[in-house]
Design a protein around this ligand. Structure first.
Ligand code: ASP
Length: 599
């Protein structure tokens, strides 16, 4: 990690640890940093000194180092010291090939202890997987001293810098939007902040800068971006953070093609800066095709194992479990997972997997001759089995997994199995490159069965493609695009509605009354009346982007001070109760918990 920043020598240092290389041999250097490791060879004391740029070995010789050697006796891990001495070559046998500075050492003549350290609760060198997350986060400032974390945070910086450089070069202006604001609908719950000056009123923290970026387009800035903090109060879901960072972009006088084109160049630039080459333009896939072939709106295209539609082959089958579903408007689909040897317990395990994904059941079968080896084989005719094998390109011994349900559920089950099993059975080829894909042609709305109404699939400001027919919301398509990278959705956006009448119509379709629309979004509807240019944009999840680049599973590893999966911060103790006085000032009284037996 030798990325030494420019240095103006001062009384603490004139050289970074990572700069103790060939060209310094024979010269005097002054270094400062943390004691990474100390080895006392009775007489000679060795210390690895660490700063932001890396490690260097210090040697304290009792004959030469005098008082410095005395001090070195008392040094412990993580003490902060400043030393001065001469850079020398190490003897052949002591060269450490793993360290960039491993051929050199500093013979120390002067030492100053700048700060002592208690024994850290975990070793800074150790692999972080061995330390519990609570402990890591409780002592995050120490956790962040680890090389791996230092690298992750630096990478994140390089990532956001690359974003800024590219967008600045393209004439985008970085404009900040408010954190204390009014609710923006991105589909999650808002975090609320009570107002002291207007008791009983609340700010909401932004779920995204969506409406402000649209207003900036009405204001004529034409190209905006922001590395924006966003807040969504969601239920616990794996690897979500209540506050997270988006790269938020908006442009005027553009259509979807323009947004896609500039964003492909953005991604090419960013990844290029990170040493990853990608080819643009990226491929595109319609939402329906992605759902149909991969059972997912963020398909991982590094491997096949596509869903095959078996509905027509099985229409009219005697086997009720399939026939009944098809009659009820459902589908039967399957995936051929190729030759696999699985025990009965493992096969049953797959059924459990499917049930976890919401399936009522799952059929497994191996091709055997022209038929199937499967518990349900006897219920299907020879003809049906032959056709199924053909439709699934099954060869002798291939494992097929088949699901029958309503189309959305079939996609969830088989798409879910496809992703899980790709991991479990290591189906992603080792030499697979990066697969980027735009998912386009999204439905504008989805029907919310529970609440018996239409919801916006992206958000209510997404423009429909073509004429909007309010009588058929299910048929409306959106001018929306999501960018998927190796099966992860890294960004999504759309062309926005720029006409107030159309925006009002969409609100109506969503069951938002005029009154409510005015109350919540009146400012947007007003703004659209004053000459709103056609506009559109996109937002990327910066945390996820950084985690993918750094090769971390969790976004928590690329956030300096993240929260735990349950939204807590073990470092500061947030969230925490507040004083009665503070509550009174904002006019809030907490409800007393009911005692057992009280009504
Ligand atoms: N505001 C959207 C989001 O946060 C992104 C966009 O439409 O630009 O997901």
């Amino acid at each position: 990690m030798n990325d030494a920043p420019a240095l103006t020598p001062n009384s603490y240092r004139d050289t970074w640890c990572g700069q103790v290389l060939d060209d310094r041999v024979g010269s005097q250097v002054r270094l400062s940093g943390w004691v990474h490791r100390r080895r006392d060879h009775g007489g000679l004391i060795f210390i690895d000194l660490r700063d932001r740029t890396g490690l260097v070995q210090l040697v304290f010789n009792p004959d030469e180092a005098g008082g410095a050697h005395e001090l070195a006796h008392g040094l412990r891990s993580e003490y902060v010291v400043s030393v001065a001495g001469e850079v020398v070559n190490r003897s052949e046998e002591t060269i450490n090939a793993e360290l960039p500075t491993g051929r050199f050492e500093v013979k120390v003549k002067e030492t100053e202890v700048l700060a002592a350290s208690e024994t850290p609760p975990f070793e800074i060198e150790g692999f972080h997987g061995e330390v519990g997350e609570e402990t890591r986060l409780r002592y995050r400032y120490l956790d962040l001293r680890r090389e791996q974390m230092q690298e992750a945070i630096k990478l994140r910086h390089r990532l956001t810098t690359a974003m800024r450089t590219f967008l600045d070069g393209e004439g985008f202006l970085e404009i900040e939007t408010p954190i204390l604001t009014l609710s923006t609908p991105e589909g999650a719950r808002d975090f609320l902040v009570p107002s002291r000056l207007q008791r009983g009123s609340f700010y909401a923290l932004p779920q995204s800068p969506q409406l402000f970026k649209q207003l900036l387009m009405v204001s004529g800035f034409e190209r905006y971006f922001q590395i924006a903090r966003c807040f969504r109060d969601e239920d616990l879901r794996a690897d979500r953070q209540p506050d997270f960072t988006q790269l938020d972009i908006e442009m005027s006088f553009v259509d979807g093609e323009d947004v896609v084109a500039v964003n492909e160049r953005l991604i090419e630039h960013i990844l290029g800066e990170m040493g990853v080459e990608v080819e643009i333009p990226f491929r595109r896939m319609c939402y329906d095709e992605a759902m149909g072939r991969f059972g997912s709106d963020k398909p991982d295209l590094r491997y096949g194992y596509e869903l095959k539609d078996l509905t027509e082959i099985l229409r009219g089958t005697e086997f009720k479990a399939f026939g009944g579903v098809i009659e009820g408007g459902g589908q039967v689909k399957g995936i051929n997972f190729g030759q696999r040897e699985l025990s009965r317990a493992q096969l049953d395990g797959l059924i459990d997997d499917a049930k976890e994904l919401g399936a009522k059941g799952l059929v497994w079968a191996f091709r055997e001759g022209d038929g199937w080896r499967a518990p349900i084989a006897k219920f299907l005719s020879e003809e049906e089995l032959k056709n199924l094998n053909e439709a699934m390109d099954a060869e002798e011994g291939d494992l097929m997994l088949v699901a029958a349900d309503q189309p959305a559920m079939v996609a969830t089950i088989l798409g879910g199995l496809r992703t899980r099993l790709a991991e479990r059975w290591e189906l992603i080829p080792e030499d697979a490159g990066n697969e980027f894909c735009w998912i386009v042609d999204w439905p504008l709305f989805e029907f919310n069965e529970e609440e018996d109404r239409w919801d916006a699939l992206h958000h209510p400001f997404t423009a429909p493609a073509g004429e909007f027919a309010p009588e058929n919301p299910g048929g409306a398509r959106a001018q929306a695009y999501d960018l998927v990278w190796n099966g992860v959705e890294i960004g999504g956006g759309s062309i926005r509605i720029s006409k107030p009448e159309l925006q009002a119509q969409i609100f109506q379709t969503l069951g938002i009354s005029d009154e409510e629309a005015n109350e919540r979004f009146g400012f947007l509807l007003d703004a659209l009346k004053y000459g709103a240019p056609p506009h559109g944009g996109i937002a990327y999840g910066v945390d996820r982007f950084a985690a993918l680049l750094a090769g971390f599973e969790s976004i928590r590893d690329v956030i300096a001070f993240p929260k735990t999966a349950s939204g807590g911060d073990p470092l500061t103790g947030a969230p925490a109760p507040v004083d009665d006085i503070q509550l009174r000032e904002v006019g809030i009284e907490l409800r007393k918990k009911k005692l057992p037996g009280q009504s």
